[in-house]
Each structure stands twice: as C-alpha cells, then as structure tokens.
Unconditional design. Structure first.
Length: 291
C-alpha cells in the first residue's frame, strides 16, 4: 500500500523538496508514500486537478522557502486543503524565511527542518490509513464490536507495557544497588587488600554499572516509543468511539504540564550512570596516588 501525501512548494524550492522526500523515504521504508503534487499538469485549469488530488491525500506538507510567502498557488493549495479538512504541516528550509500569511490564518503547525520530527508527524497522520486501509474512517458498515475488541486489546497491551517497564526498572535498580554494595565491600576491605587492588575492583564494577545504566536508559527509550505508538493507534480508534477518553485525559495532563514517568526514570538512569562514573574517576585517582 502506498500513502498519498501532497507537497506544496515553489518551483525554486524543488531541490530542497526532493531531498526532503528522499530523506523521509529512507526514514520510513515500511510506509511508502507518493507525492500527488507531482501529478499536477502545467495548464490553465491546474486547480481542478489539484483539488481532486488534495481530496485523495492524507496530509499536506508545505515546504517554506525564501519566497514562498509570495506564491499564490501555494497559498491556494493550503487554503483548499484546510477547506477539505486535510491536516497541513509546514517546515522551513531555514529559520530566516518568512511564513506565508495563509499559515498564520489557519494556525498551521510549523515543524523544524528535522527528518525524525517530520517523519513522526507523517506517521501519526498515516495511522488511520494503516488501520483501515482504503475504507473511510467514518464507515458505519464496519462492525462496531470488532472495533471495540481491537480497542480494548490495545489498551490492555499498553497497560501490560507499563507493568513490564516497572518490572525492568526494579531489576536494573536492584542490579545497580548490588554493584554499589560490591564497591562498598571493596572499600571496607582496603586494610586486608592493597589500595591498588581495591581501586581496580571498584573501577571494574563502576564500568559495569555505567554499561548497565546505559542499557537501562536505552530500554526505557524503547518502552517510551512503543507506548507512544500504541497511544497513536488508540487515538485513531477513539475517533470511532462516542467519547475520546485517552485523548481528553492527555490534553488535561498537558495543560497541567504533566511530566511522564518515562522521562523521570531516564533521569534516574542518568544519575546512576554519573554515580558510577564518579566511582571510576575516584578509583583512577586512588591508583595514581598509590604508585
């Protein structure tokens, strides 16, 4: 399945746009897309063709170059896309270019010229299409009980993921405390063994602790990405529900500047890593002094 996107840009910015499309295709190998704007013919009634192509696309991406704000065709494409209810995001080729006034009028989301960030926005727009294929989101012929079962499955899967993350945190914390206890034993036994051997053992355990903390943080990042993907799917399914519970909950949390536990757990992993790094540095200093 190929996904239909619409890249709106001036001809002068074609090189940057083609580079952007190539980078996005490399970033999203499992989500192939086609730029429908490339089908617009160079003729007087181009708007008729552009309108039909805009109706087919799932997302419009406006590439804002140095003189895009002067382009009437780009302004028309964005305005028509909004009239058709299509999501639109804009990205600047550099921070110094001026935005078209149409972007401000329609409160268009401005994304930095950053491939991972743009790819994330595109994937979010593709989720409903990935879920339902060529069917329309509001297709009432789709069995509601099946949708509910799939929705319930995703919610349970998200809850299980959170539970697994908590278990992983406990394991990594226990392992870190065990290493710290081992270092404590080495420090307390300096009178029985030389400082050099105790410091060497402390350095070794410290390096193991750093590696452990790094792996802990990477694991938390993976869990965070998985959970984010699950909630994007849940959000798409909620469009077919009487109420968008999770979406409403998240908006309330955002208004209260909620900080996710994933980011706090990552900070804990960072603290553990710095603690072990300090132990390694102190061990190296102790060996240097003992020579």
């Amino acid at each position: 399945m190929s996904y239909n996107l619409f890249f709106s840009y001036r001809t002068h910015d074609q090189k940057e746009t083609e580079e952007l499309k190539t980078a996005l295709k490399d970033r999203l190998p499992n989500l192939p897309f086609e730029d429908l704007a490339s089908r617009i013919p160079f003729q007087d009634d181009w708007k008729t063709h552009a309108r039909s192509l805009l109706e087919e696309c799932i997302l419009v991406i406006c590439v804002v170059g140095r003189e895009t704000y002067l382009s009437e065709p780009v302004a028309w494409e964005i305005g028509e896309a909004r009239r058709l209810g299509k999501p639109v995001l804009a990205t600047k080729v550099n921070e110094n270019v001026e935005l078209p006034s149409i972007c401000n009028e329609h409160s268009i989301v401005i994304q930095p010229w950053n491939i991972p960030s743009l790819a994330s926005q595109i994937v979010e727009a593709m989720v409903p299409k990935t879920l339902f294929g060529h069917q329309e989101i509001g297709d009432q012929g789709r069995p509601q009980d099946m949708i509910w079962n799939q929705y319930n499955l995703m919610v349970q899967s998200s809850e299980l993921l959170v539970s697994r993350r908590q278990t992983v945190n406990s394991l990594y914390l226990s392992a870190s405390f065990a290493l710290l206890a081992g270092i404590g034993v080495l420090v307390s036994s300096v009178s029985a063994i030389t400082i050099k051997w105790a410091s060497s053992g402390g350095i070794f355990l410290g390096l193991v602790g750093i590696a452990l903390a790094y792996n802990w943080k990477r694991t938390l990042q993976s869990y965070g990405l998985l959970n984010k993907a699950k909630f994007q799917v849940i959000g798409a399914l909620e469009n077919l529900m009487p109420a968008k519970l999770f979406d409403a909950e998240w908006k309330v949390l955002e208004a209260k500047r909620y900080k996710s536990t994933t980011s706090m757990d990552q900070q804990t992993a960072n603290f553990i890593a710095y603690l072990f790094l300090l132990i390694v540095i102190l061990g190296i200093i102790a060996i240097s002094v003992s020579w």
